[in-house]
Design a protein around this ligand. Structure first.
Ligand code: GDP
Ligand code: IMO
Ligand code: MG
Length: 423
């Protein structure tokens, strides 16, 4: 059996959590391969809304093993809080959660460094979630990070102190004021708590699961336009959010990858700074934000909204080798009489592009839109593709033609049940 990958094709928050939870019954294992507590994945069922940050979204299905892979950066304090928050739902995490010993640890000083770097950038700040993601990946690549497996080492404290001393020197350089003691107390409490869980060389478990023909779903965080290599650099996150990241972030060989499910919203959103060609600053943008309840699941910040951007979506379908598309939040577009899709960019010299240029943030690029008739009525009660309003079917068909990949799931509400599958 192979590993299927589910990932976001835009700037994150496409609805990955909802779909992973929906698809989870088909899988034996759900595994996160990158990112960390910058993610906020929302799941809704039985009238309850859950937001997961580091725990994979298969956690509510008791038969599923959930793996936090080596590509993840893990904050023990946030993980402890998440696990404690789940206690009342009787999920057996001591048995069902496996944490890679090779996942990097986010230390309290990584969070301080994140804040110091953002402050120093001033107007040019990334709009980071300030969870310490960038500085932790920096230490990983710089070969000075600490990993989950180090927690079990008798000289963990010495390793910790040595790294924190380096961080303090940088914080001093930035003249960044901080208080560390209470954060460190919480960190060491959480470290002890973490030791109760299954810390393992999870690449063996995954490859064993593959050879025993178990089905595995790799759950991406963020989205391809936030990818460190292919996103809107430097306004990106610090990991490979694309399909290839699942191989390095879990220890899975490319030949073992099966389906690549690409998730996109029927429009676009972005939280934090950085270019966003189709961003709306008018009444339509405000209505989209309100109807879609577009506020960050991790930071509560309002998400910027705009029409669907086809050149960007074609690009992320290409770099991920997407085999199936899932379109989310179609219900949000029900409020519009007309729907727009960006088909091209008009460049400063007047020529048209339908690919993503190197520079999308210098104001030289103007989106060109195709306008389509909206369905402009509620999708409540629609449960099959056949029952969809004609205008929605037209929208889907047009996108499929453009993207050359079938849209096999359309989501029309946050609840698990509000999901339409192509039979
Ligand atoms: P993720 O980070 O990709 O898992 O997405 P988030 O959870 O951050 O953001 C998606 C938001 O949209 C959450 O509040 C979901 O509950 C909600 N959502 C997901 N699918 C749908 C949908 O089809 N319609 C509506 N209205 N909301 C949805
Ligand atoms: P999920 O998994 C949306 C954005 C931040 C910021 C940039 C860098 O819920 O889709 P970082 O904290 O990684 O240094 O922030 O990336 N960002 C996200 N935006 N959804 C996310 O995750 C995000 N994780 C990070 O807003 O612009
Ligand atoms: Mg999110």
């Amino acid at each position: 059996m192979s590993v299927d990958i589910l990932l976001g094709l835009q700037w994150g928050d496409e609805g990955k959590g909802k779909v992973v939870d929906f698809l989870a019954p088909k899988y034996d294992v759900v595994a996160r391969f990158q990112g960390g507590p910058n993610a906020g994945h929302t799941l809704e069922f039985d009238g309850i809304k859950h937001v997961l940050h580091q725990i994979p979204s298969g956690v509510f299905r008791p038969e599923i093993r959930n793996i936090i892979g080596n590509g993840v950066v893990l904050d023990p304090v946030i993980l402890k809080k998440e696990i404690e928050g789940l206690a009342k739902y009787k999920v057996n995490l001591e048995e069902n959660l496996i944490i890679s010993k090779k996942a990097q640890l986010i230390l309290p000083t990584h969070r301080l460094l994140d804040a110091a770097y953002e402050k120093a950038k001033g107007e040019e700040k990334i709009g980071s979630t300030l969870k310490g993601i960038g500085p932790t990946y920096q230490d990983k690549i710089g070969r000075s990070g600490l990993r989950v497996g180090d927690l079990l080492s008798p000289n963990f404290i010495e390793k910790y102190k040595a790294l924190v001393e380096q961080h303090k020197t940088i914080l001093e350089f930035y003249n960044f004021k901080y208080e560390l003691q209470s954060a460190e107390e919480k960190f060491f409490e959480a470290v002890e708590f973490l030791k109760k869980f299954n810390l393992s060389d999870s690449e063996y478990l995954i490859n064993e699961a593959i050879s025993f023909k178990k089905s595995i779903l790799a759950e991406g965080a963020q989205g391809s336009l936030l990818d460190i290599d292919f996103g809107s650099y430097p306004f990106v996150t610090s990991s490979n959010t694309m399909a290839a990241g699942a191989c390095t972030g879990l220890g899975v060989a490319p030949k073992n990858i099966g389906e690549v499910y690409g998730i996109f919203k029927a429009y676009c959103t972005r939280v934090g700074s950085g270019p966003f060609p189709t961003e709306l600053f008018d009444e339509d943008g405000k209505r989209m934000q309100k109807e879609g309840n577009e506020f960050g699941a991790t930071t509560g910040r309002p998400r910027r909204c705009g029409w669907l951007d086809l050149p960007a979506l074609k690009y992320t379908v290409m770099i991920n080798g997407v085999t199936q598309l899932f379109m989310m939040k179609a219900d949000v577009l029900s409020i519009f009489e007309e729907i727009k899709v960006c088909t091209h960019y008009e460049m400063a010299d007047g020529h048209m592009l339908d690919v993503l240029p190197y520079e999308i943030g210098d104001g030289s690029l103007k989106p060109v839109y195709k306008t389509m008739k909206g369905w402009n009525k509620s999708l409540n009660g629609v449960s099959t593709f056949e029952e969809m309003p004609l205008e929605l079917t037209n929208y889907i068909q047009y996108l499929e033609e453009q993207l050359e990949v079938p849209i096999n799931i359309v989501s029309i509400g946050p609840d698990r049940t509000e999901t339409i599958i192509r039979e």
